[in-house]
Ligand binder design. Structure first.
Ligand SMILES: Nc1ncnc2c1ncn2[C@@H]1O[C@H](COP(=O)(O)OP(=O)(O)OP(=O)(O)O)[C@@H](O)[C@H]1O
Ligand SMILES: [Mg+2]
Length: 467
């Protein structure tokens, strides 16, 4: 076929990542609906046809997450940390609360500024607490220990306690503490208590940050990865030596995918965990608790952590039977099931799409040169061959992973020869190189049995017997 370009460098690639998905028009159309309508989608199809690609592209259509999820220390019941959901707006406007009155060193009693290292004991001159000797008279501001001269350089105190008379004649305790910018904060007993309560509330762990990806992938049956966990603490969360329960809470993939896509690859391998996934999808929230019953984490629980995600499941058609009927009906009830194509018609438009695919792969790889139009022709030939072999019909294959490997190999060969472009000859050599061990075996020995290849334990492509 005559291509309308000299090399794939001339092909302009689309901006929309879903337009990079070739030959799966139905899946792409439905993925767009899922992104705008927040529906789930189950992608069923052969390996390397674009399931992961569709899932990733779908997630890129979603708006940025709007809220952050965190857990707070609950002083009354530490094993029940409090959930906090804060919007980006709230986070922007949040300023730490200030307590007490900030004063200048000249505004507090002299003994206070002296002890805080801001006033010279000899001349009374004021200076920064970090300057060890008075800039006015040269005296040492720090009282060194009498025995041993090697006292700490800045042995000033960070705070000073004092007693002050109230108007009614009673006494009250006052704390003066040095601030980061070398001023003095004065706190009454009540202000001190209020600050302590406030700080207890501030003991926070962000478990799902605001600035996160809208794409979260899980593979295989790992309950803790999917649903979250509370880590074990050998000291059982002891207030002094242990780690407080809220610090040990870990979000699951269902929570991380809140407001985004949860991509469950090879759904069938989820096994028993499918029922939890179903609950999370139904409720749009899922409590986090320690999943190991023998661990101190099992006693900790954060209720109703949001998990409002779009589920994109992927699986091979042979595994459909392993999917729980309840989960499957949930997906179909509020989403779609799509079977991916394995081939497309051999038309000029589709050949141009394969050329686009070649350009995409080269760009994605970043290390190989572009391909000449003759090389693309040869890749099309290979695409037809794979289609005949895998699907037993004429057409162009959509099992792109095989072609992707071929392009990389041809690119490496071209690069090793310092060629400017991938040429037909590189693709031809790559086809030979890219053969599987079984194919190489068959090429070498017409009948592997006669060559005593039984020990290889591989399957013959011609027969079904193990050779
Ligand atoms: N429809 C497609 N259009 C363009 N490129 C594709 C397509 N399908 C696959 N590819 C290429 O092949 C690579 C593998 O595809 P992908 O991982 O999406 O396949 P998959 O269906 O998820 O396979 P598996 O079942 O093995 O997980 C992609 O990174 C992409 O380079
Ligand atoms: Mg995949």
């Amino acid at each position: 076929m005559r291509m309308e370009f000299q090399s794939t460098a001339e092909i302009v690639l689309p901006k929309d990542p879903l337009e990079w998905v070739i030959g799966q028009e139905n899946a792409v159309r439905i993925a767009r609906i899922c992104a705008s309508q927040k529906r789930h989608i189950l992608l069923v199809g052969a390996p390397g046809t674009g399931k992961s690609m569709v899932a990733r592209a779908l997630s890129s259509l979603l708006p940025k997450p709007k809220c952050e999820l965190s857990v707070l220390h609950n002083p009354a019941r530490p094993e029940k940390p409090t959930l906090s959901v804060r919007s980006g707006e709230m986070l922007k406007n949040e300023k730490p609360k200030e307590f007490g009155t900030v004063l200048l060193p000249g505004e507090v009693p002299e003994f206070v500024s002296e002890q805080l290292g801001m006033r010279c004991r000899r001349c009374g001159g004021l200076s920064h607490s970090r300057i060890p000797s008075c800039p006015h008279c040269g005296a040492d501001k720090v009282r060194r220990p009498i025995l041993g001269l090697a006292g700490p350089e800045h042995a000033h105190r960070n705070f000073v306690e004092a007693v002050r008379m109230r108007k009614d004649g009673s006494e009250e305790m006052i704390i003066y503490e040095r601030t980061d910018d070398d001023r003095i904060r004065m706190l009454t007993e009540k202000e001190l208590k209020d600050r302590k309560d406030y700080e207890a509330k501030l003991m926070r762990k962000v478990i799902v940050p605001l600035n996160r990806s809208t794409f979260v992938q899980v593979v295989g049956n790992n309950e803790t990865e999917l649903l979250g966990d509370v880590r074990h603490d050998p000291y059982g969360g002891h207030p002094e030596i242990g780690m407080q329960p809220y610090m040990r809470v870990v979000a699951g993939a269902v929570h991380e995918a809140h407001e985004g896509v949860l991509f469950v690859d090879e759904m069938a391998t989820l096994g028993e965990t499918q029922r939890f996934l179903l609950t999370a999808m139904q409720e749009k929230k899922f409590s986090i608790t320690g999943r190991n019953p023998n661990s101190a984490g099992a006693a900790v629980r954060v209720e109703n952590v949001p998990c409002d995600f779009i589920l994109v499941g992927a699986m091979n058609i042979n595994d459909l039977g392993k999917l729980s009927p309840a989960l499957r009906s949930r997906i179909r009830g509020s989403g779609y099931e799509v079977l991916l194509n394995t081939n497309m018609e051999d038309t000029p438009e589709n050949c141009a799409k394969v050329a686009q695919f070649v350009a995409q792969e080269i760009k994605g790889d970043g290390k190989i040169p572009h391909a000449s139009s003759a090389a693309v022709d040869e890749i099309l030939e290979e695409s037809r061959r794979i289609c005949r072999a895998a699907d037993g019909k004429k057409g162009l294959t959509l099992r792109f992973r095989n072609l992707s490997g071929l392009i990389r190999l041809a690119g490496d060969l071209a690069k090793s020869e310092k060629a400017e472009l991938i040429e037909k000859v590189h693709v031809r050599s790559a086809v030979q190189f890219a053969k599987s061990a079984e194919e190489q075996l068959e090429d070498k020995y017409e009948n592997p049995w006669s060559a005593g290849m039984a020990d290889f334990g591989v399957r013959s492509r011609k027969g079904s017997e193990t050779v």
